[in-house]
Design a protein around this ligand. Structure first.
Ligand code: AMP
Ligand code: MG
Length: 350
């Protein structure tokens, strides 16, 4: 299959290109498109055969459910059993935006989308191309990130092409994604809402609107063998660069000291080492390929750089990445959720 890339420069002038993509969705095909978080690979959420093509193109495990994207809050009513009051409050506060909510599902949603769960995850993305595509198709669009399963999520059309060229018919290129990390996934089916995956809408932001919000323990910890999880995506080591990642946690001065020691050891052994540093520490490192995530005082900026920086380590061909732990308040929780998975939970305390 030939993969076409259509560049959307001007929303109104290039409207017909989005229309073409919408026709593909209506015809049961898959299309990659930009959202504010990462690029998604979308298909008609009401058609299991179309949804099947997403799993096939990505090589995604069948037990990992998909997020359904809408362009209008009214569309949610048809897809869920009931819209709780607090969901309305959250839609008002954060939609369109990087917040996915988990509801009890309506029977119209095929089991393939939800991997057999009785719940469905729904979000309204804050990107004009995504909103128009969903709107033109007139359908709810199931869409996971547009990468091969287990790879780093794509934040540009070029990343999508690197992973899925020849496997999907069309990519809409809307430039670089601004949030750069996947959405927050919030379970609203329990008494107290639970963050299953941290993202751009932070715990602090949710607490301000809702009061009590919990964070699932598996956000920063591995899922134990045989443990039943609320969000199957938690089981998988996503976001992995080719290099082996090791995270160092502790007081900042101790982190820097240990990373320098390790970098020295690796250099002696001829291991090509990358260091994931921050603006505040970058000049403290003597060896290795040092890349900067951002300023520690600006976690949203660090979050938006994370996947790009991890990909850059791949480009530079490092064998090992030594990464600093960052504070887990605000967007820091989402950063460390992705990082511990990229590291296969390889964290050393100093
Ligand atoms: P992706 O679209 O690749 O970013 O992954 C979607 C994420 O949403 C995965 O971590 C899923 O486990 C999670 N998810 C999707 N549907 C549900 C659901 N019904 N209940 C809980 N988590 C879900
Ligand atoms: Mg993904």
């Amino acid at each position: 299959m030939k993969t076409r890339v259509l560049k959307i420069d001007d929303l109104n002038r290039d409207c017909n290109l989005i229309g073409e993509a919408a026709e593909l969705i209506k015809a049961g095909e898959v299309v990659a498109f930009p959202t504010e978080t990462v690029y998604g690979l979308g298909a008609n959420a009401l058609d299991s055969q179309a949804v099947e093509k997403i799993f096939r193109a990505k090589g995604r495990p069948g037990d990992n459910p998909l997020i359904v994207h809408v362009s209008n809050v009214r569309d949610v009513d048809k897809l869920v059993d009931e819209v709780p009051r607090r969901a309305r409050i959250l839609m008002e506060a954060f939609w369109p935006g990087p917040l996915t909510m988990v509801f009890r599902k309506a029977s119209i949603i095929p089991d393939r989308v939800t991997a057999g769960l009785d719940t469905v995850a729904i979000r309204m993305p804050n990107h004009p191309v995504a909103l128009r595509l969903i709107d033109f198709s007139g359908l709810p669009v199931a869409a996971p990130s547009a990468n091969r399963s287990g790879h780093i999520s794509p934040t540009t059309a070029q990343h999508v092409l690197e992973d899925l060229d020849g496997r999907i018919p069309l990519i809409l290129d809307g430039g670089k994604c601004c949030v750069g990390l996947e959405s927050t996934v919030l379970d609203l089916t329990a008494d107290v809402p639970v963050i299953l995956r941290p993202g751009g809408v932070t715990l602090e932001m949710l607490e301000e609107v809702l009061g009590e919000v919990r964070v699932d323990l598996n956000v920063l910890r591995p899922v134990a063998g045989g443990q039943k999880v609320k969000s199957p995506g938690m089981k998988y080591t996503h976001y992995a660069p080719r290099a082996q990642v090791l995270i160092v946690r502790g007081e900042l001065a101790h982190i820097v000291k240990r990373i320098n020691e390790l970098a020295e050891e690796y250099a002696d052994q001829g291991i090509k080492t990358g260091i994931l540093a921050t603006q505040e520490t970058k000049d403290c490192y003597k060896k290795g390929e040092v890349l900067v995530l951002g300023k520690r005082t600006r976690p949203a900026e660090m979050a938006s750089n994370l996947f790009l920086v991890l990909r850059e380590f791949d480009v530079r061909g490092v064998d090992v990445v030594l990464a600093e732990w960052v504070d887990t308040s605000n967007e820091g929780l989402a950063i460390m959720n992705r990082m511990v998975r990229a590291a296969g939970f390889n964290v050393i305390d100093v």
